[in-house]
Each structure stands twice: as structure tokens, then as C-alpha cells.
Design a protein around this ligand. Structure first.
Ligand SMILES: NC(=O)C1=CN([C@@H]2O[C@H](COP(=O)(O)OP(=O)(O)OC[C@H]3O[C@@H](n4cnc5c(N)ncnc54)[C@H](OP(=O)(O)O)[C@@H]3O)[C@@H](O)[C@H]2O)C=CC1
Ligand SMILES: CC(=O)N[C@@H](CCC(=O)OP(=O)(O)O)C(=O)O
Length: 345
């Protein structure tokens, strides 16, 4: 089955191409580029010239619909909102990696993204693609709002303990760190070598666009309105996200019991791996893979739980989860094309 990719020369797109290349049922169809249409893909990425001979195409909705059965939009927020409606009208399945269809409230989108929101008609059709939590909705979706990278790591880490009803919901603090590829390939001071090398920066304090997304998922799943403290940091590494999450427990429980609770919650979920008591994951232990690894520790002195969740931002945080969602939509094994082991060291 052919898959179109829009935003063809960005990091999300090239990661989709890497994963689709190993997929048993998907192949790369149209690759659409706004900035490089007409040029060869290999002009941007010569190391893929053997598998990517086709020229980059300009956005042509009829052409995409005629030649592909699914389209991945690896385009920035504010761009997907304009392209998705045109694509949806053709009946093609859309999987959008941007934040444009994740928030149900257009007011929230305007507040946090500071942009004009997408048309409500399409927001209402979008299914939030957190694969482990919403497979039944994803199965029947025509438009997937693929989750943000930080929300994927944060919510997968928090949902089991909220489900266990032993968390003080007002006490949640998420201390998050990301590699620089999370900011995309576009040139910016943020990703400038001299700014990021040997440096550690907190950014977007209290203003990060992923705050309402995390709160929407946690509130939906817990049945009560949850607000979180969420701080992001840029780390001098290429890939990887770590969320160190802290919350107060309302009951006395051991680390061993919390580990059991998490294992039960994620049983039959191949991409979430719970570490045994006494070990915590590192970002390199999921590098290049679709895994989300979670480590847990209850501090008996403070009765706080620490949750360490790690993902590769470009795989489980973007392209990998997008393919996992396509697998669920088309009824394939959820692991199709996603069986890469993490690359270590
Ligand atoms: N990087 C990450 O870890 C994650 C990214 N995301 C989201 O995925 C999407 C893609 O991210 P990523 O690949 O990292 O970003 P990049 O900046 O690397 O790539 C985005 C691509 O979109 C295209 N584009 C840019 N501006 C426009 C425009 N005005 N009109 C049409 N196309 C445009 C460009 O490619 P071209 O000129 O070839 O069309 C650009 O390279 C974004 O929405 C991002 O927020 C989500 C989770 C994680
Ligand atoms: C390191 C870094 O800059 N990361 C980006 C995450 C980008 C992303 O996932 O944004 P969307 O929600 O629009 O998809 C950030 O913190 O804004």
C-alpha cells in the first residue's frame, strides 16, 4: 500500500521513510515538498539515493489521492490545518504529526499555539493517536492527530497510576528534557551548535503548547480536571526525551506493587516496557526504536512516586507512533515495520 509523505525534507518525513522502508505492507508513494518540489530527494539526503530516486512533488491533492491510500503530514502546526481538509475531502486516510488537530478546544489552541485553529468540522473527526490507550477509536479513524513527543512520554508514564486511583492529582510535576531534533530541521538559534553544546536550558516555562494536550488526556482518562506543572529543557543530544515525573501518593504502596500495577496496565502492549524495581531507563536505551521505557520508584520517606519515562522523540514521539497508528487502522500487526532494536551505544 502506498503512503504519501508531506513535509518531505523534514526530520519527521525522513524518519517515516526509514521506517516505511522496512514495513511489510507500506511503501513510500508521493513525497511532497514545499521548498524543494522538482528537485530530487537525494539532493537533500544523498545517503538515501538508492532507495529514494523519485523527485519531490508539489502539493497536488488529486495526485496524492489517486496514487496513495494513506497520507502522513509531517508539516508544522498551522500548515496541516490547511492541508488536511483538502485531503479529507478525497476520502484518503490522514495521519497528522502536528499539533493542529490534537486539542478539542479551539480556544485552547488559539491560546497556546497563538494561531488560527483548524476548522471544527475536522477537529471533531480527529482521533487522538496515543496508540496504547485509544486503539478502538484509532481502528475506525479517518484522521489521526498523532500525539506530541513530550505528551507521549508524559501520559504513558502517568496513566497507570491515575488509573490506580492512588495519586494526588494536584501534585503532578513533569520535568521534561529533549534532544535538539525535537525542534525540527529548520534553522533557529535554539539548535545553533554554540548555543546548545555543553549547555542545558529550560524553555517555554508555563507556556509550552503541550501543557493543554497532556492535561486533556489525563483529564479524559481520570474523569476529573487535572492541571500539571510541566517544564521542558533542551539537552545537548540529537534524539531522546526523558520525563521525570513526581507526584504524591494517597496510600502507602511499595515500588514493587507499583511496578506490578504498571505491568498489568501495559500487558499486551509491546512498545511499553516497565523496568523491574531498582532500574531506571536512559534515553539511549530506546534510541531509534518505538519503545517507551518506564522506571518507577516510591520514596517511602515522602510518599512520592518518581516515574522516569523515555522515548525517541522521532520514533515513538512522531514517525513510529504514526506508523503504529496506520497499522491499527489497516488491521495489521501493530509492530509491522517497527521491530528495530534500540541502537546502543
Ligand atoms: N521533531 C520531533 O521530534 C517531533 C515533531 N513533531 C511534529 O511533526 C511535524 C514535523 O516535524 P519535523 O519534521 O521535526 O519538522 P521539520 O522542521 O524538520 O520539518 C517540517 C517540514 O515541513 C515543511 N514545511 C515547513 N514549512 C512549511 C510551509 N509553510 N508549508 C508547507 N510545508 C512546510 C518543510 O519541508 P518541505 O519544504 O520539504 O515541504 C519542513 O522541512 C511538526 O508539526 C512537529 O511539530 C511531533 C512530534 C515530535
Ligand atoms: C526540543 C523542542 O523544541 N521540541 C519542541 C517539540 C515540538 C513538537 O512536538 O511540537 P508539536 O506539538 O507542534 O508537534 C518544542 O518543545 O516545542
Amino acid at each position: 500500500m502506498k503512503a504519501a509523505i508531506i513535509g518531505g525534507t523534514g526530520y519527521g518525513a525522513i524518519e517515516l521513510i526509514r521506517l516505511i522502508n522496512q514495513h511489510p505492507y507500506l511503501e513510500v508513494g508521493s513525497v511532497v515538498s514545499n521548498s524543494q518540489a522538482g528537485n530530487n530527494f537525494s539532493d537533500s539526503y544523498p545517503h538515501l539515493s538508492e532507495i529514494m530516486e523519485h523527485p519531490l512533488e508539489k502539493f497536488d491533492v488529486d495526485n496524492i489521492a489517486a496514487n496513495n491510500e494513506v497520507v502522513f503530514l509531517a508539516t508544522p502546526s498551522g500548515v496541516s490545518s490547511n492541508l488536511v481538509p483538502q485531503l479529507m475531502e478525497t476520502g484518503i486516510k490522514c495521519i497528522d504529526l502536528s499539533g493542529d488537530f490534537r486539542l478539542r478546544s479551539t480556544e485552547q489552541y488559539e491560546t497556546w499555539y497563538k494561531r488560527t485553529p483548524a476548522d471544527n468540522k475536522y477537529i471533531n473527526q480527529a482521533v487522538y493517536g496515543l496508540s496504547e490507550i485509544y486503539p478502538e477509536h484509532i481502528k475506525n479513524a479517518t484522521l489521526i492527530a498523532n500525539p506530541g513527543c513530550y505528551p507521549t512520554a508524559a501520559t504513558l508514564g502517568l496513566l497507570p497510576i491515575l488509573n490506580g486511583n492512588i495519586a494526588d492529582q494536584e501534585s503532578i510535576i513533569i520535568d521534561a528534557k529533549s534532544g535538539v531534533s525535537g525542534a525540527g530541521r529548520g534553522l533557529s538559534l535554539t539548535a545553533h551548535y554554540a548555543e546548545i553544546n555543553e549547555n542545558l536550558k529550560a524553555y517555554k516555562l508555563g507556556a509550552h503548547q503541550h501543557i493543554p494536550e497532556i492535561e486533556q488526556v489525563l483529564s479524559d482518562e481520570s474523569g476529573s480536571q487535572i492541571a500539571v506543572t510541566f517544564t521542558t529543557h533542551l539537552v545537548p543530544m540529537t534524539r531522546g526525551i526523558m520525563c521525570s515525573t513526581y507526584l504524591k501518593l494517597t496510600e502507602t504502596i511499595s515500588t514493587k506493587e507499583v511496578v506490578e500495577l504498571y505491568n498489568e496496565f501495559y500487558k499486551n502492549k509491546p512498545f511499553v516496557r516497565i523496568r523491574p524495581e531498582g532500574t531506571v531507563p536512559a534515553t539511549k536505551e530506546v534510541l531509534g526504536s518505538n519503545y517507551c521505557d518506564i522506571g518507577l520508584h516510591v520514596d517511602q520517606r515522602t510518599n512520592r512516586l518518581t516515574i522516569i519515562s523515555v522515548i525517541d522523540n522521532l520514533v515513538k514521539g512522531a514517525a513510529g507512533q504514526a506508523i503504529q497508528n496506520a497499522n491499527i487502522i489497516f488491521g495489521w500487526d501493530e509492530r509491522s515495520g517497527l521491530n528495530q532494536l534500540p541502537m546502543y551505544p
